[in-house]
Ligand binder design. Structure first.
Ligand code: GAR
Length: 218
């Protein structure tokens, strides 16, 4: 059996991706152990999910810190104290400073609700709709010093329909986030991810050339 990777999950909000990770561990399709859940917000709904599963939680309120670096250093210390090897950003709505990124180089993952490098930043489902794209989706990537810019691990594509609004597209994308995030972490757990420059090389992949999507359909 693959070892259980000690992970720390960072959240700011509802924590549905955290829940998907918890569920994947429970279903034994993800060889990870959540050592700590850290939130920058005391009222994050995800904290209740963590507590329900008896996970250790920490709230680190940015208000108490003089700088982004000081805040990040405090979070890194919590993660290191708990023996966290891989940091999982699951709706953590703060940019990480180089202090953080250096401490966990190529060991921080983020999930983003768009097909990067298209639509980095915030409210990206709205931006995708306004742009008129036929597909959007989600991306799990390693975090580097630039926002939403690091090497891509896995992506899922969803269609965008004429009658979509921000809510419906967000929900369609979120469903796929819950599938690909545990998968990305499992690939890490299996030691199959190798960052080479901008690329993430994955050991033992199969390819399927028929995986073409056309929207609207032919
Ligand atoms: C998710 O859609 C995630 O992709 C997004 O926040 C949501 C968190 O949902 N993250 C970002 O936009 C990061 N820039 P959750 O709290 O229910 O997992």
């Amino acid at each position: 059996m693959t070892r259980q990777v000690p992970i720390g999950v960072l959240i700011s909000g509802s924590g549905t991706n955290l829940q998907a990770i918890i569920d994947a561990i429970d279903a034994q399709v993800l060889d990870a152990r959540i050592e700590v859940v850290v939130s920058n917000k005391a009222d994050a709904q995800g904290l209740a999910r963590a507590k329900k599963h008896r996970l250790c939680t920490e709230v680190v309120d940015p208000k108490g810190f003089p700088s982004r670096e000081a805040y990040d250093q405090a979070v890194v210390e919590i993660l290191q104290r708990r023996g966290v090897e891989l940091v999982v950003l699951a709706g953590f709505m703060r940019l990480l400073s180089p202090v953080f990124v250096k401490s966990y180089s190529n060991r921080i993952m983020n999930i983003h609700p768009a097909l990067l490098p298209a639509f980095p930043g915030l409210r990206v489902q709205k931006k995708a709709l306004e742009h008129g794209v036929r597909f959007s989706g989600c991306t799990v990537h390693f975090v580097n010093d630039e926002c939403d810019e690091g090497p891509i691990i896995i992506q899922a594509v969803v269609p965008v329909f004429a009658n979509d609004n921000e809510t419906s597209l967000t929900a369609r994308i979120l469903q796929q986030e819950h599938r690909i995030y545990p998968r990305a972490i499992q690939l890490y757990a299996e030691g199959r991810l190798h960052v080479v420059g901008r690329q993430v090389l994955i050991d033992h992949l199969t390819t399927d050339e028929s995986q073409v999507l056309i929207q609207p359909p032919l």
